[in-house]
Design a protein around this ligand. Structure first.
Ligand code: DGY
Length: 322
C-alpha cells in the first residue's frame, strides 16, 4: 500500500479508486505551499492540480519514493519537468479528454464577446429599462471572418472545427504543419485552413484564440507589440494560460481601442484578475472553467487515478509527459 497525496478538491470517483489500494491524504481542500512542502517528503504519488507549485525547490523536498505526479489537467507548466526527470518521477496529464469541452468554452467566449452577451445580460439583471431597439447592442458577426489560432493541438483543432461550422476562415500558427483536412471538410464555403507565422496571424485575424501551452517561448506572446499589430477591430480569446498574455498590456490595449475586446478564462496571476478588466464592458471574464463539465471532469479524474494505480503497481504510466 502506497501513500497518495491529493493536493486539491477531487471527485469521489478518483478518491474511491485510489482508496481501494492506497492510503489517500487530502482530496477535500486546496493545499498551500507550506502544506504541500510538509507532505511531499513522505508520499509515493501525488494527484496534482494546475495551481500546485511543483517547482524545483518543492520537488527537492520530495521523498525518494515519489514515483509519479499525476496532473489532473492538460497543462503542466506548474511542474519543473527537468527536476522531475532527474529524480525519475513520472509526470502524467489528461490528454485526449478535455479538448472538445475546452473548445466549447473558447467558442462560448468568442460568441459572448462578439455579441456583447455579458453586457446584455448584465443590463437585464440590473432591471434597467429596455425594449427591442434596432440601433443598440450591435455586435460582430463571425461568418466570413478570419480566426487566428495560436497552437493547433487538440484544443486548437477542436476550436477550428467549431469556427469552420460558423463560416469562419482559419489561419493558424504552430511549430509544425498540421493535417487540416477534417477542418476543411466542415464547410464548403470557407477557405482552406492556412498555416502562417505569428506576425501574419496577428495582423490578419479578426479574432485570435490562444491554444498554446505556457512555455518560456509563449510567456507574454501577446504583449504590447503583438496587440499593436492586431486589427483595432480584433478580439482576443484566451483559454490557454494567463501568462501567455501580458495582462497589463492587454488592459492598455482594451482601454485605448488598440483591439476591440477580449474573452478570458485564464489570468496572469490567477485567481487575481487585474481590477481594470472588471470595469470593462468589452471583455468577458470567466473563472478558469475551460474543462468544467460533469463528464469531462469525471474522465479526467479517472485517468489521473488510473495513472497512479498503474505506476504504483510497477507498470508504465498511461499518459506520460514525454
Ligand atoms: C487544463 O487542463 O490544463 C485546463 O486549463 C483545464 O481547464
Amino acid at each position: 500500500m502506497g501513500k497518495v497525496l491529493v493536493t486539491a478538491p477531487q471527485l469521489p470517483i478518483a478518491l474511491d479508486m485510489l482508496e481501494k489500494h492506497h492510503q489517500v491524504i487530502g482530496g477535500n481542500s486546496f493545499m498551500d505551499r507550506a502544506q504541500l512542502a510538509s507532505q511531499i517528503g513522505d508520499v509515493d504519488a501525488i494527484l496534482s492540480t494546475l495551481s500546485d507549485p511543483l517547482d524545483g525547490e518543492m520537488l527537492s523536498l520530495a521523498s525518494s519514493d515519489l514515483k509519479i505526479i499525476s496532473q489532473c489537467a492538460a497543462g503542466y507548466n506548474n511542474i519543473d519537468m527537468e527536476v522531475a526527470r532527474k529524480r525519475n518521477i513520472a509526470v502524467t496529464t489528461t490528454p485526449g479528454i478535455l479538448h472538445e469541452t475546452t473548445a466549447d468554452l473558447a467558442f462560448t467566449l468568442l460568441l459572448m464577446v462578439t455579441r456583447r452577451a455579458g453586457t446584455a445580460e448584465r443590463l437585464v439583471r440590473a432591471r434597467k429599462p429596455w425594449r427591442y431597439d434596432h440601433t443598440v447592442m450591435l455586435g460582430t458577426d463571425l461568418r466570413g471572418k478570419t480566426l487566428g489560432i495560436v497552437g493547433l493541438g487538440q484544443i486548437g483543432e477542436a476550436m477550428a472545427r467549431r469556427a469552420a461550422a460558423f463560416g469562419m476562415n482559419i489561419i493558424y500558427s504552430a511549430r509544425t504543419p498540421k493535417d487540416t483536412a477534417q477542418i476543411d471538410r466542415i464547410n464548403p464555403v470557407t477557405q482552406p485552413t492556412r498555416r502562417v507565422d505569428t506576425p501574419e496571424l496577428l495582423e490578419t485575424a479578426d479574432m485570435v484564440s490562444l491554444h498554446c501551452p505556457l512555455t518560456p517561448q509563449t510567456r507574454h506572446l501577446i504583449n504590447a507589440d503583438s496587440l499593436a499589430a492586431m486589427k483595432d477591430s480584433a478580439f482576443l480569446i484566451n483559454t490557454a494560460r494567463g501568462a501567455c498574455v501580458d495582462e497589463k498590456a492587454l488592459v492598455f490595449a482594451l482601454e485605448n481601442g488598440i483591439i476591440a475586446g477580449a474573452g478570458l478564462d485564464v489570468y496572469e496571476d490567477e485567481p487575481q484578475v487585474t481590477p481594470a478588466l472588471l470595469e470593462m464592458e468589452n471583455v468577458v471574464l470567466l473563472p478558469h472553467i475551460g474543462s468544467a463539465t460533469v463528464q469531462t471532469r469525471a474522465e479526467m479524474s479517472v485517468l489521473s487515478a488510473r495513472n497512479i494505480l498503474a505506476v504504483l503497481e510497477g507498470k508504465a504510466p498511461l499518459t506520460p509527459v514525454k
